[in-house]
Design a binder for this molecule. Structure first.
Ligand SMILES: Cc1cc2nc3c(=O)[nH]c(=O)nc-3n(C[C@H](O)[C@H](O)[C@H](O)COP(=O)(O)OP(=O)(O)OC[C@H]3O[C@@H](n4cnc5c(N)ncnc54)[C@H](O)[C@@H]3O)c2cc1C
Length: 417
């Protein structure tokens, strides 16, 4: 390794996690290269619902989850579906997912510690990137059409409160004062006044990536397929076109594809794609003021620069299967039922791969096998929320500082012990 490459970091994956890692690494004085065959921020980080919600501390798997699994197999348009042909492949992950439910309190505590400063972690970067205008702090609401749905999610509000977040419980009328476009069937809501959201996640990525490149960062347009390793750690990455590139440090931030790279490094991790869909309505006829999460229907909507984005649903079908656009169309049917009136013409569909871990905790930390590798992936439903704070931790670790929170719950080897 040359002296020059020692302070040079390869960040593999230019989604929100990789871009923020690169930006924070530059602040630590490192030279960075984003390695990605795609344009920065054009994969999963492009199409999310925009919520930056540090109060979302409840893991996906809660006690009793196993009772719901059979339904996931038999309703391809349900809020959570497993494609029948993919079920054998997803089974080991789903078993771990169900087993994780018993530890939900510890997972919530870990998520709360990691995600407490998410807004500040973005504001450190967005000023210089010219992206402050994309972030709004108008709170968020989870809305319910039944009292049973509202009380069924009491645990979500309770865990948020217990970890220091403000939560208000609203009646249907109070909710409609906040969001007048909603129909009359909503009876209750949980309101999180401190939530932030992004009005254009793709543009946020673009502006942050432009800032990184303007500050001397590079973009190597290539797919990483492997590594050259030695006693002193990783010596080079290998790209699909047969080239090798040497760097001093390597960050694995390749979203739902990250486990392929961690396996190449001898650190396999159970990661699944929870495929999600969105529909953007360019002229719905109204604006909502904050992200709205629909408790029973399990999707969200957020007014963005390009229109109203309806986003959500979970589908297990792997990284290669073609999208099932019927799932996106279902979002349009929901829209027709939940708003007083809505124009769904010219709706634009999209699908993305959430990088999901069984215990809802991302992988954030150093490799256990290679001294010059760090991991930042697996943020599942909260990757926009966690992008900037993860980048801050990664940069701090590579700079040689001890983390300011306990990162052991996020270790790469937690399923290997
Ligand atoms: C419908 C939907 C709604 C969502 N809503 C929210 C929300 O409201 N709030 C929230 O916090 N989160 C939300 N999320 C989750 C969030 O979008 C993701 O967790 C986040 O975008 C993941 O970011 P990432 O950088 O890890 O991955 P990505 O954005 O997918 O980036 C990974 C990058 O790695 C690259 N890559 C992969 N393999 C390689 C390789 N071998 N070599 C080089 N590059 C490689 C890819 O090309 C890609 O550019 C939502 C997700 C979906 C699908």
């Amino acid at each position: 390794m040359t002296d020059q490459s020692k302070g040079h970091v390869a960040v593999i994956g230019a989604g929100i996690v990789g871009i923020c890692s690169a930006a924070y690494l530059q602040r630590e004085g490192f030279r960075v290269t984003l390695v990605d065959a795609e344009e920065p921020g054009t994969m999963t980080s492009f199409g999310n619902a925009g919520a930056i919600s540090g109060h979302s501390v409840t893991p996906m798997a809660l006690p009793g989850i196993w009772k719901r699994v059979p339904g996931w197999l038999f309703d391809p348009l349900g809020p959570l579906a497993v494609r029948i042909g993919y079920a054998p492949k997803a089974a080991p992950w789903l078993m771990k997912f169900m087993a994780a439910a018993k530890d939900y309190e510890a997972q919530a505590a870990a998520l709360a510690a990691l995600y407490r400063p998410v807004r500040e972690a973005y504001l450190t970067l967005t000023g210089d990137a010219g992206a402050d205008h994309l972030l709004k702090q108008t709170g968020s609401v989870s809305v319910y059409e039944t009292e049973a749905g509202f009380s069924g999610d009491a645990i979500v509000r309770e865990l948020a409160r217990r970890h220091g977040h403000r939560v208000e419980e609203l009646t249907g009328d109070e909710l409609r004062q906040l969001e007048p476009a909603l129909g009359p069937q909503f009876v209750r809501a949980g309101y999180y006044p401190d939530g932030t959201h992004c009005r254009n996640p793709g543009e946020l990525c673009r502006l942050l990536a432009d800032m990184v490149l303007a500050a001397g960062g590079a973009h190597l347009r290539a797919n990483v397929v492997g590594f050259e390793t030695g006693a002193d750690g990783v010596r080079a990455l290998r790209t699909a076109d047969g080239q090798s590139h040497a760097f001093g440090h390597y960050v694995i931030a390749a979203g739902a594809w990250s486990h392929r790279l961690s396996a190449e490094l001898g650190e396999p991790f159970p990661l699944e794609s929870e495929r999600g869909y969105h529909m953007v309505l360019p002229h719905p006829g109204f604006e909502t003021s904050r992200p709205i999460s629909f408790g029973e229907r399990k999707f969200m909507c957020t007014t963005m620069e390009m229109g109203l984005r309806l986003a959500g649903t979970v589908e297990f079908a792997g990284l290669e299967a073609a999208p099932n656009w019927e799932r996106a169309n279902k979002l349009l049917r929901h829209a027709g039922e939940i708003f007083r009136s809505v124009d769904i013409s010219e709706a634009k569909p999209w699908m993305g791969n959430r990088p999901a871990t069984p215990d809802s905790l991302p992988v954030v930390g150093r490799s256990k096998k290679h001294r010059n590798v760090a991991y930042g992936f697996g943020h599942g439903h909260l990757g926009l929320t966690g992008g900037a704070i993860t980048g801050r931790h990664i940069a701090s670790l590579i700079a040689g500082r001890a983390p300011d929170i306990d990162l052991s719950p996020f270790a790469i080897d937690r399923y290997a012990r």
